[in-house]
Design a protein around this ligand. Structure first.
Ligand SMILES: CC(C)(COP(=O)(O)OP(=O)(O)OC[C@H]1O[C@@H](n2cnc3c(N)ncnc32)[C@H](O)[C@@H]1OP(=O)(O)O)[C@@H](O)C(=O)NCCC(=O)NCCS
Length: 179
């Protein structure tokens, strides 16, 4: 699968993405709202998981490549949800970009292409969730038209009690053709 925006190509992962992806998810600043950075093996395993998800049709976490210079800037995509969330939404949308690419609107731009794709696929809605303290990611959610569902906020089941990242917020957007 491949999506295109003004400045980005969103496409399946290639082996040549592995170095750049490992640098992104090995960066403590990029990963400050995750419980840990990923070493090279974990970064490779993450790519392998995204490839497997794409092949199985359970996720569309795509490599985001900048058209201007062919740089891999990160991942943007959607995936089936593997935890209990209010209203049992079918899929989530998410993103991780390398720090040098922040602040240029790339995440919202790529996310909007995925939302259009989700509506073409007939999904009734998408959700996004992140740590309550992750303000940049919540800004992306707002910029792409999602709204906070405070009743759906939750404590992440796989994050330890008392961990500062455990408290999560939930955002939703409905397919306009179905609401
Ligand atoms: C969240 C993320 C994808 C945003 O991508 P982006 O392409 O920079 O998005 P935008 O350019 O639209 O900026 C969104 C917000 O990020 C924040 N931001 C932008 N540049 C930033 C920088 N250099 N440092 C810190 N925050 C920054 C601002 O709050 C901005 O909101 P604004 O446009 O109203 O000022 C990016 O910050 C990222 O990859 N973060 C780390 C991974 C992560 O937390 N992913 C989400 C997990 S759920």
């Amino acid at each position: 699968m491949r999506l295109e925006t003004e400045r980005l190509v969103l496409r399946p992962w290639q082996n040549t993405d592995r170095d750049a992806f490992a640098a992104i998810v090995g960066d403590p600043h990029v990963m400050r709202y995750y419980t840990a950075t990923r070493d090279r093996a974990a970064a490779d395993a993450w790519i392998d998981q995204m490839i497997a998800g794409l092949e199985a049709g359970t996720s569309r976490f795509l490599a985001a490549e900048r058209k201007a210079d062919g740089q891999l800037i990160g991942l943007i995509g959607t995936a089936a949800i593997n935890m209990e969330l209010r209203g049992n939404p079918p899929e989530e949308i998410g993103w991780v970009l390398g720090g040098r690419y922040w602040g240029q609107g790339y995440a919202p731009e790529g996310a909007l292409a995925h939302i259009a794709d989700a509506w073409r696929r007939g999904l009734p809605e998408l959700v996004a969730f992140t740590a309550a303290i992750n303000a940049p990611s919540q800004r992306v959610m707002e910029k792409i038209g999602m709204t906070r569902d405070a009743e759906g906020d939750f404590l992440h089941p796989r994050i330890a009690e008392n961990h500062q990242l455990r408290s999560h917020v939930l955002y939703r957007i409905a397919n306009p053709a179905q609401s």
